[in-house]
Ligand binder design. Structure first.
Ligand code: SF4
Length: 332
């Protein structure tokens, strides 16, 4: 696998949806997102339903066409690829979905499903059975399962086959979109450990999209927290979970007792995320934020670097990092 790294700059995805018989409105599903992913690294992306995290995944594999921004894999700008170039790119960027049936045809045996991906890689027909066996072994499944159909497998086995199929084309990046969300807790831990082992052996990078922070704390090197189409906090996983800066991040973490940082002020996350077609003025989190000040209702906070690898989009959090004189200014 190559040294390619994924870089997303200013990614914007707006949908126009109909309202009534004649009107329409614009949903800002993703609104100027920057992300970077190095080889062999795992970036976690978290947020509530509707935060835009799955739209980012769909944009990266060209299932949704962005309105703006750039996507670069290695040296290649892949934002507007078409035809053969797009097919080559898709090989390098694989998806593992929550529901394995999104990537596995129920009418194809495991052997054929993985073999199809090996054909895309250009492997000759006579070498495919051996490679199918190697890939099944890589995901800790016996070769005897190769003759089965997805419906004859357990949920955990199906997800391992999805991973084997993704690996078959030797990708640079695997996007795991809620990939373990439907699995039992014990199976989930096994699959997460498997993904880590594969990364250590191959150097593949993961973009790990999950609403489950305990999963991200386990697998992610860095985490980006999204709210209504924007990144509101980003940082190394250890630091972000130990000292969350954004009130939304703190509320998400507080909702998962197993990842609550010691000494972190527990916040109850009340209310629902706003309509992305009609977000509040200022900080879109302000109607739910127990720390909101007047400025929050008027001025949208930009994502601001506050330390090595750490950034946050919050007026109050950023002030706490400024000089003592700035920090002492009245804020309410
Ligand atoms: Fe809360 Fe204001 Fe920070 Fe938004 S900017 S998260 S409303 S304190």
């Amino acid at each position: 696998m190559s040294d390619a790294a994924l870089a997303v700059r200013g990614l914007t995805v707006h949908f126009r949806v109909r309202r009534g018989l004649v009107g329409s409105r614009v949903v800002r599903a993703v609104d100027g997102v920057d992300l970077a992913l190095g080889p062999g690294e795992t970036l976690g992306v978290a947020g509530e339903s509707g935060s835009g995290k799955s739209t980012i995944a769909r944009s990266l594999v060209h299932l949704t066409r962005p309105n703006g921004g750039t996507i670069t894999l290695g040296e290649t700008d892949v934002t507007s690829l078409r035809g053969a170039a797009l097919r080559r790119y898709r090989r390098r960027m694989q998806m593992v979905y929550q529901d394995p049936y999104d990537s596995l045809d129920p009418r194809m045996t495991v052997r054929d499903a993985i073999g199809e991906a090996l054909a895309v890689r250009g492997l000759s027909r006579d070498r495919r059975p051996g490679e199918v066996a190697r890939l099944l072994s890589r995901v800790n499944l016996p070769d005897a399962l190769a003759a089965r159909y997805p419906g004859q497998l357990s949920g955990g086995q199906r997800q391992r086959v999805s991973i084997a199929r993704a690996l078959a084309v030797e990708p640079d990046v695997i996007i795991c979109d809620e990939a373990v969300a439907a699995l039992d807790v014990s199976i989930r831990a096994q699959v997460l450990n498997l993904l880590k082992d594969i990364q250590r052996d191959t150097g593949v990078a993961y973009l790990f999209i999950s609403h489950d922070l305990s999963t991200l704390r386990f697998v992610a090197d860095r985490v980006a927290i999204m709210y209504v189409g924007r990144v509101v906090e980003h940082g190394p996983s250890l630091e972000l979970f130990a000292e969350p800066l954004h009130p939304y991040t703190r509320a998400l973490i507080a909702a998962v007792p197993s990842v609550t940082a010691r000494g972190t002020k527990r916040l109850h996350l009340a209310g629902e995320p706003p309509d992305p077609a009609n977000p509040p003025t200022g900080c879109p989190f302000h109607p739910r934020c127990p720390e909101a000040i007047d400025e929050c209702r008027r001025v949208r906070p930009e994502l601001t670097v506050v330390g090595p690898g750490r950034s946050v989009a919050c007026h109050v959090a950023v002030r706490s990092f400024r000089s003592p004189r700035s920090a002492a200014e009245p804020s309410r």
